[in-house]
Design a protein around this ligand. Structure first.
Ligand code: HEM
Length: 371
C-alpha cells in the first residue's frame, strides 16, 4: 500500500538534511556553555517526523508537536488508577484521565485543521492545475479516505490515529537512541574517536554529510546496533495473546494468556552475549545479526507480524543525526564531570531514556558549509 511511504525513506531525504543542518547551525551558535543535547535532539526528530507527515508549510505543526510532547510526558507517568482499573472514580481523583482527554481533544482539533488545510490546498492545486507537487503523508492517507479506492479505505479517525501513532512511536524512540549512543561514546573516547574518524574519512572529499554514503559507515552502524542492544527504547514488546496452550521451561501457559516479551533482558542474557553489560560495537562487525526479527536474541524492533513498521525511517534519522554530530563537532563533558561518572540510570516512560539530560561542550571541527 502506498501509505508505506514510510518505507520510501528516500523521499524524506531533503527534509532530514534541512532539519539536521538547522541543528548543526544552532549547535555552532552556542558558545562556551554546555549544550542540552537531549532537548535539541527531541526537537529535531519531532520536526523531521512532523515535516514528513504534514509537509513543510503547515502552520499548526509547532502547536501539534508541543501538545504531543506534553501528552507523552503525562501518559508516561505512574497512575494509581491503572492498578485498580475497576475503580473508575480513582482515575478522576488522580487527574490523569481528564488531562489525557483534554490532550486528545486538542490533538484531534489540530489534526482536523491540518487535514482540512491539505484538502483545501489539493482543491486549489487541482483547480489551478499546478502539475506535480511533493506529497506528504497526510496527502497519501487522504487518497484512501474518499472511498474511491475499492480495495482499501480509511475513515477520518483512522487517518488521525495513524498520524498520532507516527508521532507517539517515532519521536522519543529515535531521539533517545541518539542520546544513549552519544552518552556511551562520551564514556568511551576510544569508540567516539573511531566512529568520528570513519565519518570524517567517508565525507572528506564532499566536505559535508549527506545520505548518499551512509552505507559506508559500518562502524557507526555497529555503534547504533550496540546502543539498541543495551538500551532498546521499547524494552517490553507489544503484548501478545497466546493462541494455544503451551509449556515453556516447565511453566504451563494457558490459551489466551497475555504474553509480554522482555527484549531488554534477552539482549543482556549471558547465554547469548559475551560480556553482555559491556558497550562494545565491535561485536557486530562481521556479524549477520540484523534488525529483521529473525535473530531472537536481538529484537529491538520486535519480531513477526507486529514488528515495528517504522524501523527503516527511524534508523535513517538516527544514523544521519549521529554522522552530522560526529562530523562537525568534537564533544566533551562539562568541566568537572568525569566520563566514568556519567549517570546512565534509565527512566521509564513511553520509551526508555536516560534519566538526566545530556549536557555537553562542543568544539567545532568542520563548520557547516552553508550554500
Ligand atoms: C529507534 C527507533 C524505534 C524503535 C527501537 C522501535 C521499536 C518498536 C518496537 C519494539 C515495537 C513493537 C514490536 C513488537 O511488539 O513486535 C514497535 C512498534 C511500532 N512502531 Fe516502532 N520503533 C522505532 C521507531 C519507529 C518509527 C520512526 C515509527 C514511525 C514513524 C514507528 C512506528 C511503530 C508503530 C506504528 C508500531 C506498532 C506496530 C503494530 O502495532 O503492529 N516506530 N516499534
Amino acid at each position: 500500500m502506498e501509505l508505506l511511504s514510510l518505507k520510501r525513506v528516500n523521499s524524506f531525504q531533503p527534509i532530514r538534511e534541512v532539519v539536521l543542518s538547522d541543528l548543526v547551525k544552532w549547535i555552532s551558535s552556542q558558545n562556551g556553555s554546555p549544550i542540552n543535547l537531549s532537548e535539541a535532539l527531541i526537537s529535531s526528530i519531532y520536526t523531521i517526523v512532523s515535516r514528513s507527515a504534514f509537509g513543510d508549510k503547515c502552520k499548526d505543526q509547532e502547536e501539534f508537536i508541543s501538545v504531543i510532547k506534553e501528552s507523552i510526558k503525562v501518559a508516561a507517568g505512574f497512575d494509581l488508577g491503572e492498578l485498580f482499573p475497576s475503580a473508575k472514580w480513582l482515575q478522576h481523583v488522580t487527574g490523569l484521565r481528564p488531562k489525557l482527554e483534554r490532550f486528545h481533544r486538542q490533538t484531534d482539533q489540530i489534526l482536523e485543521n491540518i487535514i482540512n488545510e491539505h484538502k483545501e490546498a489539493k482543491y486549489t492545486k487541482d483547480k489551478d492545475d499546478q502539475g506535480e507537487v511533493e506529497e506528504d503523508l497526510v496527502d497519501v492517507l487522504l487518497k484512501y479516505e474518499d472511498g474511491s479506492n475499492k480495495d482499501f479505505s480509511l475513515t477520518r479517525n483512522n487517518v488521525k490515529a495513524i498520524i498520532q501513532d507516527m508521532f507517539g512511536a517515532g519521536g522519543d524512540t529515535s531521539s533517545s537512541t541518539i542520546d544513549w549512543a552519544m552518552a556511551e561514546m562520551i564514556r568511551d573516547p576510544r569508540i567516539m574517536k573511531k566512529a568520528q574518524a570513519e565519518v570524517r574519512e567517508v565525507f572528506k572529499t564532499k566536505g559535508r554529510v549527506d545520505e548518499n554514503c551512509m552505507n559506508e559507515l559500518n562502524y557507526l552502524k555497529s555503534v547504533v546496533k550496540e546502543t539498541l542492544r543495551l538500551h532498546p527504547p521499547v524494552p517490553l514488546l507489544l503484548p501478545r495473546e497466546c493462541g494455544q496452550a503451551c509449556e515453556i521451561n516447565g511453566y504451563h501457559i494457558p490459551i489466551k494468556s497475555k504474553v509480554i516479551v522482555n527484549a531488554w533482558a534477552i539482549a543482556r542474557d549471558p547465554n547469548y552475549w559475551t560480556e553482555p553489560e559491556r558497550f562494545y560495537p565491535e561485536r557486530f562487525i562481521g556479524s549477520t545479526i540484523d534488525y529483521k526479527g529473525s535473530n531472537f536474541e536481538y529484537i529491538p524492533f520486535g519480531a513477526g507480524r507486529r514488528i515495528c513498521p517504522g524501523s527503516t525511517f527511524g534508523l535513517r534519522n538516527i544514523d544521519l543525526t549521529l554522522a552530522m554530530l560526529l562530523y562537525h563537532f568534537d564533544w566533551k563533558l562539562p568541566i568537572g564531570t568525569k566520563s566514568e561518572e556519567l549517570d546512565m540510570t534509565e527512566q521509564f516512560g513511553i520509551s526508555v531514556r536516560r534519566k538526566d539530560d545530556l549536557l555537553l561542550l562542543r568544539f567545532v571541527y568542520h563548520p557547516l558549509n552553508v550554500k
